[in-house]
Design a binder for this molecule. Sequence first.
Ligand code: F6P
Length: 344
Amino acid sequence: MRVALLTGGGDCPGLNAVIYAAVRKGIQTYGDEFIGFLNGWRGVLDNQFIPLTLENIDGIQLKGGTILHSSRTNVKKIPGGIEKVQEVLKTNKIDALIALGGDDTQSVTLYLAENGINAVGVPKTIDNDISGTDQTFGFDTAVMIATEAIDRLHTTADSHNRVIVCEVMGRDAGWIAYASGIAGGAHVVLVPEQEIDIDHVCALLKYNYDHGKHYGIVVVAEGCHLPEVGQVVGSKEVDSFGHARLSGIGEALSSLIEKKTGFETRSVNLGHTQRGGVPTAYDRLLGQRYGLHAIDMVHEKKWGRIAVLKGLDVTDITIKEAIAQNRRLDQRFFNVIKDLEAKV
Ligand code: F6P
């Protein structure tokens, strides 16, 4: 078969691992040929691609980012977009498409699959918010990066008797904040699934100062709602899928804490560092397992389906099911946060 791959949406450590494994198995086991469209769906619309061979994928599974580059392009919103995609796939004699992306990219994959295009998906996002999969690749790396940063904030906050608020990514889901906050020993962990109770946050920090620890670490997810303010955005612009650019709650919360407690407070926004650099061993392995499953899905003609991790197995579900709603933290995870907090 002649198979095309693309990577859409925000990049994510482990994308290259998926590409590597799908291409390697496709060529060696099935005798497939591959191309990679550049810049996500944009490259399909513009007919921009590179060949993917055993030679040019050699060693990429170790590397971060995506050799295919990425963009946030919503084909559904572009007049004639679907027809253009159909035409480009036909011109290039593409038998099947593997789209690596989060819920936005997969909404396009589903749309194309429903319109007669042979397409399957692989769930990519550091946010870990895709339904039906136990974990998306990239999440483990983001949590490792955030945890290491929080470890470092402890020593500087301690030296200066300060509170430091660390803002992490995750959009409307608190997975990164929950995992890195708990792993990094934060005194306060704030996730978007729960209302921020500012008095409780201040009480937790005061507890530290009253009990011989003259500093505090707060981890806050970028998508949390600040009382009376709501979500904090870095810019008024929204992307082609209608998402606001969330950024700045760490700084806003830091000012509020300082005002209410009198403790000197600083904020750090980890931003895109969480998506950069090499993937962890876990993400390299998970990415390659997703890639192997994706090329098998192609040969089994499982159009409109997406690879998922269920327990120890990589299997697949419909894309419709995967993107029906975001996977968010629930009571089980709130309990972990609560049980590890100071009793105030
Ligand atoms: O979806 C992944 C993600 O990193 C979110 O956590 C974050 O809100 C967003 O992408 C940032 O997007 P951009 O790279 O377009 O600023």
